[in-house]
Design a protein around this ligand. Sequence first.
Ligand SMILES: Cc1ncc(COP(=O)(O)O)c(C=O)c1O
Length: 330
Amino acid sequence: MKNIPRLHFAHLPTPIEELPRLSAHLGGPRLLVKRDDQTGLAFGGNKTRKLEFLVAEALEQGAKTLISGGALQSNHCRQTAAAAARFGLDCILVLNGEMPDKPSANLLLDQLFGAQIIAIPDRNERDRVLQETFDKAVADGRKPYLVPYGGSSPTGALGYAFAVEELMGQMKDLRVLKELGGLDYIVFGTSSGGTHAGLVLGQRVFGFKGKVLGISIDESEEWLKSRVSQLASEASEKLGERIRFAPADVAANADYCAAGYGVLTDAEREAVTLFAKYEGLLLDPVYTGRAAAGMIDLIRKGYFTKEETVLFWHTGGQPALFAEKYANKI
Ligand SMILES: Cc1ncc(COP(=O)(O)O)c(C=O)c1O
């Protein structure tokens, strides 16, 4: 395997915990959770693993500024701003949404980390403004590195390929996983595809025998299968040898995102409440709440047998619980 530039700031391995009370309540399979909400950078989340590779690449290229974009309450942007602060880089974020008078949650944290915010009301303008911002930073000599939306480039996806290696190590060592005889499913929320692509690649490279099932937060099944297979193929080259993934190699379920990105429905509300009430565990309203709602519905439909073991990969995002948009609405 090639030597790939990587920084080490994530708190790894993240713990794996059992969810016995939730599992009993749902009458479903054995449930475990992998706590990537505890990855340690600015309240944690899935972007930490990606940023270990992305920031290493930026520094290697001599970058002085990280530029990225997302929604106003983007977890990815919050963690990117934190990583920039940690490594002495400037950060510019292009965020779509109405700038509130009093920023809260992720947006408040972006400012605390010293990021420059460019807020644009129209999401359709985001690509253009992001490109203009990047071009201007180049012209101004600020040596920018463009962190892709969601950290989802082949480089970022590597974070989740190596997360599977970490999981395989835990499967050998953890009492609970030894007793259960392994995992049948990994379930998680998927959106820009980097987490998904990394898991699919890691599954192949490190020989994980279970299934990897992404619950879509906002994209169609077709788009995800195509995007994730392409990202996983490109990421594999960085490991030294191209593996050709096809859309059919990717399992994605887009049955739970009809309400649209960030729209809280009774399904997310129930999932957040059940995890809190039965396990004392916090999900977020946008990503893990929706992914868990999908998993709960699949359990109720008998998609998993009672004898199977399902690992819910918690990808973080809890600061959004305190965003003006969601507070008091859960
Ligand atoms: C908390 C959380 N979970 C899941 C995701 C989805 O990950 P990906 O963009 O790699 O598909 C995101 C993306 O922003 C996120 O913030």
